[in-house]
Design a protein around this ligand. Sequence first.
Ligand code: ADP
Length: 490
Amino acid sequence: MQSLIGKKALVIGLGESGLGASLLLKSLGASVRVTDSSCGEEVIHRAEKLPTVGVEVELGIHSENFCREVDFAILSPGIPLDMPLVKNLSARGVPVLGELEWASQFLSGKIIAVTGSNGKSTTATLIWKILSDAGLKATLAGNIGLSLSRAVLENPLTEIWVLEVSSFQLEAIGNLKPWVSLLLNVTANHLDRYPSMEAYGSAKAHIFRNQNEEDWALVNRSCASFASSHVKTLFINSKGVEEKGCFVKNRILCVRMKSFNDGKNSLTPPTPLNIRGEQPSPYLRGVGGVKGTSLSHDYIHEIMPVEDIALPGKHNLENVMFAVTAASLCGISLETIRRTVSSFSGLEHRQEIFAKWEGARWVNDSKATSVDAVRSALEVFPKPILWLAGGRFKGGDFELLKPLLSGKVKKAYFYGEAGPLIYEKLKDACKSLLCSSLKDVVHVLREQVSPQDTVLLSPGCSSFDQFKNFEERGRYFKDQVRSAFELSRV
Ligand code: ADP
């Protein structure tokens, strides 16, 4: 790795990304300063160890003195490019790089980058699991707990990086060049930060910017307008159309492409899935070509019956289609793909059934911070649903849920900063109650839950009005519920 001895770096923001960047910079020999305008408990905790490794820290302010005379700055995700400190540095000619972008220059190995409005963590984790189960040295990093900087430090032997990339991280993209990019979907999300859907979708499409004809883009057919013409593109089509990419036909998940093990880009030796092998998979079907012998025609691989997928719901089917297509490009065997996909049932805080009580089930979907994520949860669970929503409003049109509410939701409970706003929009669509906090909702529920109900926390808003993050909100909900009711864990 290149040495940064003699360079002075400023890290802006001390979340997981800022901490990772500081440690990586230090290990490369740079002199490092970190500044964070907050001085909350978590930031203080992260800052504690830094002086002992020679990193200077300033909390609660970005003072001019501290931020002066640096050669470059690393920006944590979530900090807007138009904040005064960043504008100031740029005006003085100091390069300001996004953390993920900066760290990506130290990677060796291929990059699979996952972006979209919803489903990033689920899909990226599933891809990583399939690759790991196949014996590859894969690392999952980015916007998913482990910053890329820290991952670079801790996993230098990685063969393939699976990166979850948010649109904020993509805004700061310079040279990041994924081998495979996934654009899962583009739906109303973060409209508090972007002026329009078009602007938000365009930020997501940055993921293709540095790719070329050697690389792959996997794009949901529903947002094909954001696809790039200079990358080999495969579409994920959940409407059953047999196009290049992935589709479902007769309840079988199928992948259609020219070659599964893409010649020089392949990571594994030929497998039964690989059409270059002499032994084509029993599920292989040639399209307009001689079965299993030619690279110049498309082939359809029938991967597995939809019934064998462990993740529930239509939205997760799309996530799985993306993951399976990415794994196919890596030449992973059909057997491994099937085994992993049929056993991976999802992540905490995403439609997580955490308890059952006299027939009623309790679901923590705290990660559902957009209207579209709520829609998918309301579709997945059977009626009658007691739906809990609220928090800090992030934009999005709750009225789009109206057609689902009357048939499925027995009663809705709105709380927190956005409670009154959602209540006003939906009170005529289903029986609704306005509460002040999540705690109050759980209190009220003690009298109102019946057997057969599904109690679903799917907030459609961020957690920041009352919690540090969605994880804290989800855990709080589970604790409150468990102490208010006699619940058995699932
Ligand atoms: P992200 O990392 O993009 O936030 P997650 O996998 O963490 O995505 O899921 C976030 C929320 O979105 C959860 O409530 C989940 O059930 C829902 N979700 C997951 N995939 C999709 C999808 N493809 N379309 C709509 N909602 C989804």
